[in-house]
Design a protein around this ligand. Structure first.
Ligand SMILES: Cc1cc2nc3c(=O)[nH]c(=O)nc-3n(C[C@H](O)[C@H](O)[C@H](O)COP(=O)(O)O)c2cc1C
Length: 193
């Protein structure tokens, strides 16, 4: 007797299926300390090469002092929407061992940071927080503003909050939400599901 194989494709997890990068946030929605705690827990649980955990974060709540220092460094494009988000989290990668040498800390530092940020965004979605990761800000300016030591790289920022529009209503200027097909991203294409 052969084992029955399910034929229907399992549904994508709703947090993944419905995720999008909002370009407008509810300007009064608040992220509670408990919600922030769970976002940080998601990072702490993320895997990293050799458990190196090459990440740290600058956390700014809308209207707090850190936020005021951070938003000055946004590019014109992100300054249109990011300040309204409840929380801005600057993502830092530990790229060198320390400030005294140029030894790489981990060849996977940026990979691990990206994965940790992905875990944080998916955890956010599971508690009703949308997220938009972005690069449009002055990385050197933020490093200076917050005295980020030279062995840490200011990489990206994530805006967390409640989207003020539906996916597809608007997208980031100059970008599309089209996706490559499975046959374009699987090698060889003949093995694509
Ligand atoms: C590393 C990274 C950098 C990004 N930088 C920007 C940015 O500077 N400005 C912006 O509006 N969106 C930025 N995005 C969001 C992407 O444009 C967006 O994820 C992509 O267009 C797909 O749309 P979706 O997230 O709504 O599915 C960035 C995303 C990532 C992961």
């Amino acid at each position: 007797m052969t084992a029955c194989q399910p034929t229907a494709r399992p549904e994508l997890h709703p947090a993944l299926a419905n995720r999008f990068s909002p370009v407008s946030f509810d300007p009064v929605a608040v992220v509670t300390p408990a919600q922030l705690g769970t976002l940080i827990d998601a990072v702490r649980k993320a895997p990293s090469a050799g458990n190196s955990q090459p990440w740290s974060f600058i956390v700014a709540r809308r209207d707090d002092a850190i936020h005021r220092r951070l938003v000055k460094h946004l590019a014109r494009s992100s300054a249109r929407w990011a300040p309204d988000a409840s929380l801005l989290v600057v993502n830092l990668a530990r790229v060198l061992v320390d400030e005294t040498c140029d030894w790489e800390y981990s060849e996977f530092a940026r990979y691990d940071l990206g994965q940790a940020v992905a875990h944080m965004t998916i955890q956010g979605l599971s508690i009703g927080l949308d997220a938009h990761q972005f690069r449009a800000f002055d990385r050197a300016g933020i490093a200076r503003e917050f005295d980020v030591p030279p062995h840490w790289e200011v990489t990206t920022t994530t805006a967390f909050g409640v989207a003020a529009h539906a996916p597809g209503d608007v997208t980031s200027p100059g970008t599309s939400r089209d996706r490559a097909g499975a046959d374009q991203i699987i090698w060889p294409a003949s093995s694509a599901p």
